[in-house]
Design a protein around this ligand. Sequence first.
Ligand code: PLP
Length: 363
Amino acid sequence: MQNTTFRFFKEQIARLAGGYKLDVPACPIKLNQNENPYDWPATLKQAVFERVREQDWNRYPPFVPAAFTEKVARYLGADPAQVLVGNGSNELLYAVFVATLEPGRKVLIPQPTFTLYKLLAEILGADVITGGLDDNLQYDPAQLEKLARDAHVVVITSPNNPTGGVINPMDLEHLVQTTHALWVVDEAYFEFHGETALELTRTCPNLVVLRTFSKAFATAGLRFGCMVCHPNALAMFATAKLPYNLNIFTMAAVEVAIEHAVTLKGRLEEIKRERERVARLLKAARGVRVYPSRSNFLLFETDRDPRALWQAMVGRGVLVRDVSGYPRLGRALRVSIGRPEENDAFLKALEFAITEVPPGGKP
Ligand SMILES: Cc1ncc(COP(=O)(O)O)c(C=O)c1O
């Protein structure tokens, strides 16, 4: 792409352009993005509209949204001096990477994991190192320790997407305390698992914890996430974040979400129960391997061409995620846990697809 028309682009942008996309055919049953299948009740949406109506839309939001951040911090159980807020945790991840990565620096991203990390790191020109997961795609602390010695930044996702695996908290503590790298721990699926590294941020300046309201909180459409780090590091990360990033609508919605957390997160136990039920039934199906998951999705492998299975399920109105293009996942698909009737429809669609697609094929 080094033609003269586009010579102003960085070399890596030309190389990466169009590489991050999502195939989303319209399907009545949508189990491809790990969303909460239960939308907000109308009364709570109304409460957000009313809160926003009372505000001045012609004015910028506060330069530092201190009162709002304090509410988020109280909810998280962190000190407000440790918290930054953003339009989804992705935005904060971007700020963390902008503050730390550049050409010549290494970032350790154990694979397979959430695709965005590698893409952003490469856009910034950093060298991506992979490794750190064992043969069963679980975190391997000894490997991580060895590889982290060479890295400026390490990204750990716990529970990991798309595997559902988690890091042992004691291992993480040891790794953070005995290495010089910045450890970015993405806890997007924290509520489905329950273990967090948040407490460690009080004492470890080389740790960032990312959280999102997109999953358990059923707020993906509003885009809200936050990060927690040591107070001494916060100003540095804040420097790489755009000013006025959060709009008044998102802030009003998040305030309502926090006030009504019990209602919005009311289905978590059901989702976890459904995860175990679906995993059990998947395991019973011939030729299906299911990875243990502490999240709201399941990764599974079959002896069929995953793309053909995906297509056959789309044909039956069920959309799952084809993750077979991820490193080490040539035979895998990922399904988000939905409502019980959606999960049943998925299981039926998979059964149908397995009879339709012959064994073998790719990869
Ligand atoms: C591991 C992980 N982190 C972050 C996100 C996105 O978070 P947000 O919506 O807060 O930007 C996702 C979404 O799928 C994810 O799987």
